[in-house]
Design a protein around this ligand. Sequence first.
Ligand code: FE2
Length: 165
Amino acid sequence: MATATRTSSAGTALSTTSEIAAGVAQFLTPVVVDLEALVVNGKQAHWHVRGGSFAAIHELLDDIVAHAQDYADTAAERVIALGLPLDARLSTVAKKSTLPEPADGFQPWETTVVSVVAMLDAALVTVRAAVTGLDEVDLSSQDIAIAIEQGLTKDRWLLQAHVSA
Ligand SMILES: [Fe+2]
């Protein structure tokens, strides 16, 4: 088995492939969990938005959901490619996601925008923690987290701009 060695700023060596994989799983699994929650609750928001900006928000939410699913797939498959499983079962996502829950039922579009921006903000906290943490673990995995951060931040802007002055 190939062995890689990196030394963290704390001086501890991440010397084996399995240690690197475990570190990647530690930081990317919460990212996958939050993104899967964004997929489910983003669709909830997509279906229940109402009001004057219905069409724009309805369509934008579909883009945001599609991006979140792509990002989740990339992050999950990085963990799998390094040889570890991860738990993104529905019950685990419900238990461990950091995203705020949207309100039930139909929502005015302004409420929907604020709600989904809050979801994106929560996911971004998790993703940025992965970017920071993976710097000491595995730079290829950090690249994945950085790309997800860039994409989520852009989607947040496209949504937030509807309610910004
Ligand atoms: Fe739809």
